[in-house]
Structures are given as structure tokens and as C-alpha cells.
Write a protein that binds this ligand. Structure first.
Ligand code: ZN
Length: 254
């Protein structure tokens, strides 16, 4: 094992976040000596600090926000402060889309001043952080500027963040292991939720990519009510791919 992903949350979207039906704290990615936090949604700092194992944010090398929505970025300022030892040590790199920093910024100026680097994500961008290399292959179709992540480690790991389905999506994420944010079962017309992947979209991507592992996460209310584990088992059977449902606190090693 050279790395792991710790799920500090597998819930997504407004009502799951407001009711905390699942945690919404984002993901901790470790690879060799490098630690990167992804999408610190509401409760990230609480979930990190209440984990049984010791996850110390002052050991983080960087934080990524895939987009500025609250369920992905609510705890960004406090996590930057924790990464920078309370702001006493300029530390770490923030990766985020430009609109997280401008207009009505989700990253405050005081928090930015604690960082060593701020890197603005762009379509087709490639980034290095310590032992990690990752790309943002394509701009997602979502109401705000949004990117998924494609990691080149001892294996390849794709993370498809929030997006409306589009046919080229699978081609951008031909990874050995795929993490997919899947919000609901079927899209409803004329509803904000169509800006996310539904379960049938995730299945179409999995069938095309055929990864070794597919992890579904970022569940909305509808999927939580249906039982994510049961839905994942059914999809595994249908596709012949090892599809698993993320669980809060799950640690997946690679
Ligand atoms: Zn979103």
C-alpha cells in the first residue's frame, strides 16, 4: 500500500448537508509522504478531529476545492488555518477554480495570506504537489466553475466531481479506479438537481471505463433512502465491475 483515501463524508447536496444525513467533510488523500485534502464541506474539521486515527491537518500539503458550492467548500477557511498551524506558519497550497476567489469569494483574504501558494485550476491543467501529480481534464457542466481530478500515482485514480452528464465524460476519466459523485437515481426535468450525475449516468460511465474499482459517493437524499450499498451491489452485478458505495469514515487503500 502506498496511499489511501479517507472519506470524511459521503453525503452531498443541500438537504443531506443541512440535515447531516451523511457527513459532508470531503476526502483526505495520502500518497507516500504527501497529503492532500479534497472538498472540505460542512463539518470537515469536526470529522477530521473526531476520527479514531490521528489525522492532523497541519500535516496537509495542500487542499483542493473542485468548486465553490458549500457542500464542497464550507470549511475551507478553517482548514487552511489548521494546515498553517493556526496561521503562525505560512504553509500549504490551495488549488481552486478562479470563481472561488473572486466576486463573493469562499476563500477569505486572511486565510489566503496563510498559504504558500494559490493555484487556479484550469481545463487541461496539470499540477504537482510533493509526490502527487494530477490533472483537471475537463471543465464540468455545473452552475459554477467545476473540475474533476485525475491522479497519476502508483495507479491512476479519477474523481468525477459534480457535473451534468455529457457523453465525453468517460473518455476524460479512463482511470484504474474511479470515484463518482452521484446524487440521485433518475434526473428530474426542470430541477437544479439535473446539474448532477444520476445513478444511470454513473453506470454508463462505469460501463465505458470499466475501472478495477468504482466508488460511489456524494449521495443525495433519494439515494440514501434507497440504500447506497444495495444500489452499488446491484450495479456491480449488472456491470461486472467492483462497484462499492462510500461509507462515512471509510478508508480505501491503494
Ligand atoms: Zn455542486
Amino acid at each position: 500500500m502506498e496511499g489511501f483515501i479517507k472519506f470524511f463524508g459521503t453525503g452531498g447536496a443541500r438537504f443531506v448537508a443541512l440535515k447531516q444525513l451523511r457527513a459532508t467533510g470531503g476526502l483526505w488523500l495520502n500518497y507516500r509522504k504527501t497529503n492532500l485534502y479534497i472538498d472540505p464541506g460542512p463539518g470537515a474539521i469536526v470529522r477530521i478531529r473526531s476520527a479514531k486515527e490521528d489525522y492532523d491537518p497541519s500535516r496537509l500539503d495542500g487542499i483542493v476545492i473542485t468548486h465553490r458550492h458549500m457542500d464542497h467548500a464550507n470549511d475551507i477557511n478553517i482548514l487552511i488555518e489548521a494546515m498553517a498551524d493556526g496561521g503562525f506558519r505560512k504553509r500549504g497550497t490551495l488549488f481552486c477554480p478562479a470563481d472561488a476567489l473572486s466576486g463573493d469569494p469562499v476563500v477569505f483574504n486572511f486565510a489566503s495570506s496563510y498559504l504558500e501558494n494559490v493555484v487556479v485550476l484550469q481545463e487541461g491543467g496539470e499540477y504537482t504537489l510533493g509526490d502527487m501529480t494530477f490533472r483537471t481534464p475537463v471543465r464540468h457542466r455545473h452552475p459554477v466553475e467545476t473540475y474533476g481530478l485525475f491522479f497519476h500515482l502508483n495507479t491512476t485514480i479519477g474523481l468525477i466531481s459534480d457535473t451534468r452528464f455529457f457523453p465525453e465524460l468517460a473518455d476524460h476519466y479512463r482511470a484504474d479506479h474511479l470515484i463518482i459523485n452521484v446524487l440521485r437515481q433518475k434526473p428530474i426535468e426542470n430541477h437544479e438537481i439535473v446539474e448532477h450525475l444520476a445513478l444511470n449516468d454513473a453506470r454508463a460511465i462505469i460501463e465505458k471505463v470499466r475501472p478495477e474499482t468504482a466508488i460511489l459517493t456524494h449521495f443525495g437524499m433519494h439515494i440514501i433512502n434507497q440504500g447506497p450499498a444495495r444500489l452499488a451491489r446491484a450495479m456491480a452485478k449488472e456491470t461486472g465491475v467492483n462497484v462499492i458505495a462510500g461509507r462515512d469514515g471509510m478508508k480505501w487503500e491503494f
